[in-house]
Design a protein around this ligand. Sequence first.
Ligand SMILES: Nc1ncnc2c1ncn2[C@@H]1O[C@H](COP(=O)(O)OP(=O)(O)O)[C@@H](O)[C@H]1O
Ligand SMILES: [Mg+2]
Length: 295
Amino acid sequence: MLLIGFAAPAIAQASASAERVYEIIDAPVEIQNRPQAAPFDKCGGRVTFEDVWFRYPGATEPTLKGISFETQPKELIAILGTTGSGKSTVINLLQRFYDVTQGSVRIDGRDVRDFELESLRSHIGIVFQETTLFSGTLRENIAYAKPNASLEEVIAVAKAAYIHEFIESLPKGYDTIVGERGVGLSGGQKQRIAIARTLLTDYHILILDDSTSAVDAETADRIQASLDKIMRDRTCNAFVIAQRISTIQNADRILLIDDGKLAAQGTHEELMRTSSLYGAILESQVNQKQPAIVA
Ligand SMILES: Nc1ncnc2c1ncn2[C@@H]1O[C@H](COP(=O)(O)OP(=O)(O)O)[C@@H](O)[C@H]1O
Ligand SMILES: [Mg+2]
């Protein structure tokens, strides 16, 4: 007893420093709560990027170069740009996976660095391009963050994500096991389950980051059309990142990112009139869709 009593503080200390080592390995940069950090308990719907510059640790060039925009409450914002233009990085800064190098990111006027990290992240829902499902039923996978959700609730979000019909077509429906020993799902089906899962939780801010990329273009457009209203209704701000203009053309505003800069912003109609880059992207995508009409 005495020995253990003696050793205890040393063990506690050792494990505390071990924890610190893990934190440093896990986190590329140390993101911590500031002393006066406040919870992100209500959301007015105003996200502000003010002259945001960001360089990844170890990188020589900045990835974001003076990005400025401000959202209005309930706006559905689309972020459009080529691969590597910096779209996901914008989102990384909002959730504080990283902190800005220069400038500021604010929600309702408050710098995101002045929010409690846990609270900030738990109220921002993100659907990523890559999705992991766990071994369990489809219902459990959808209700992952809300295990007590009723079947009706699960079906409602599955319908919104255009995966209900597929699930119903399986012999065991929502009780179908997925994962290692269960039914195999395509990338697009997994993405739709991830969207349904995210819709089941009430987030202040909801972000779809290329989350219909594995779905064919027409289905992606249909999914997004059904999500447009839900995202506006349920959140104070929603962001959709996509490669295809057809998917996001009904957004309230489109932010066009080009090489880390905000090249243009506006509605689809406004950008068609004012942005030659947007016009060029649109043209290339329309041409892709209609390859061989010429006689
Ligand atoms: N963790 C990272 N470390 C260093 N560079 C990164 C990291 N993540 C992304 N980048 C770089 O930042 C640029 C923008 O990436 P990203 O925001 O993911 O683009 P997008 O989402 O538009 O495809 C790319 O050049 C990418 O290689
Ligand atoms: Mg990305």
